[in-house]
Design a protein around this ligand. Structure first.
Ligand code: FAD
Length: 302
């Protein structure tokens, strides 16, 4: 299929992930990004949550501001690690009272971090599948969960990994959002495995625009996402050349999402890192256009 055919496809849906800002300056950056990306009419915007509730107030504040100041639909990330069921349920009820209807339900990592031994609390939800069931017992929320195209680092094999995804779906999850990946074949194989296991919910690719290759390579190592050699070669020698790096990043991300559209993917979840420019460009390439205010739209059509 030629790029022209892809761009004529109007059935693209995007969603954006943000993290709660720590400082006033970071809050400004976040709001600038939200304002710039809002016209792309995302299906939802999600806000991350620190494991053990470490960003509880900041996540809540960001979600409340999104509800109060924008027409966007927020999805609150929620982790159950290092918290009792009661504490988690209380956070859920507070969100429900402010109008939140969509959660991204996660286990989270213990203090030891990814790869450290995870020990569930006796009075807590043991994993994300139990958390999904807990959320559903409180109200009929929309629930997204995580998926790992290269399997979660703690999973001994793909069968175990897919089995846990199936348990999350059986408990009521309606969408899976993947860890980021850079090799689309890996994603496609994972979706095939999930379908063979009887998982039919949408599996939405998590797309990470590469703002800083060194950082993302380090993070990928920790969370089990592979960096193909050919991708590393594209950034090779650009360590001190920020401008070229950002052109290369935009070109690669466009290539990745357009290839996914050719494979039939229409929904994309962007890890924005609270930065708008690269994501805005990619959305534009995907064919999304900012909705013009009615007056301007009429003038443009005349
Ligand atoms: P689960 O789905 O419960 O389990 C993860 C994997 O561990 C499973 O696939 C399974 O293979 C294995 N596993 C679990 N239990 C068992 C068992 N009993 N036996 C064998 N294997 C088992 N972290 C945050 O702290 N805050 C966030 O906001 C956040 N947002 C995220 C959003 C997305 C889209 C993704 C993909 C990840 C996010 N994370 C976040 C990271 C996540 O918390 C970590 O990856 C964590 O290690 C696992 O959480 P989970 O919900 O994926 O766990």
């Amino acid at each position: 299929m030629s790029p022209a055919n892809v761009l004529s496809n109007s059935g693209i849906n995007v969603s954006f992930e943000f993290f709660p800002p720590k400082t006033e300056k970071m809050e400004e950056t976040l709001w600038h990004s939200i304002e710039r990306l809002a016209p792309m009419q995302p299906k939802f915007v999600s806000v991350t949550y620190g494991a053990g509730g470490s960003t509880r107030e900041r996540t809540h504040h960001t979600i409340e501001r999104i509800l109060a100041e924008t027409a966007l639909v927020p999805a609150a990330h929620l982790t159950c690690v290092d918290a009792s069921r009661e504490e988690v349920d209380e956070v859920v009820r507070q969100y429900r009272d402010t109008g939140v209807r969509h959660f991204v339900a996660l286990r989270g990592d213990s203090q030891a971090g990814v790869g450290g031994t995870y020990v569930p609390r006796a009075d807590g939800y043991r994993n994300a599948a139990e958390l999904v069931a807990g959320l559903k017992a409180i109200d009929d929320f929309e629930i997204s969960v995580s998926a790992y195209p290269e399997k979660h680092p703690e999973s001994p094999d793909f069968a175990t990994d897919i089995d846990l995804l199936k348990r999350k779906v059986d408990a009521g999850a309606t969408r899976a959002i993947t860890q980021f990946f850079f090799d689309n074949d890996v994603f496609e194989r994972y979706v095939e495995r999930a379908r063979r296991a009887g998982i039919y919910i949408p599996i939405v690719p998590g797309i990470a625009p590469i703002h800083d290759f060194t950082k993302i390579a380090r993070f990928a190592g920790a969370c089990g996402a592979g960096i193909p050699d050919w991708l590393a070669r594209r950034f090779d020698g650009l360590e001190t050349d920020e401008k070229t790096r950002s052109h290369v990043a935009a070109a690669f991300c466009a290539e990745q999402v357009l290839d996914l559209t050719r494979r039939g993917i229409s929904d994309f979840h962007f890890y924005t890192m609270n930065r708008a420019d690269l994501v805005y460009s990619i959305c534009h390439i995907l064919g999304l256009r900012a909705a013009l205010p009615t007056g301007q739209a009429k003038a443009a059509a005349a």
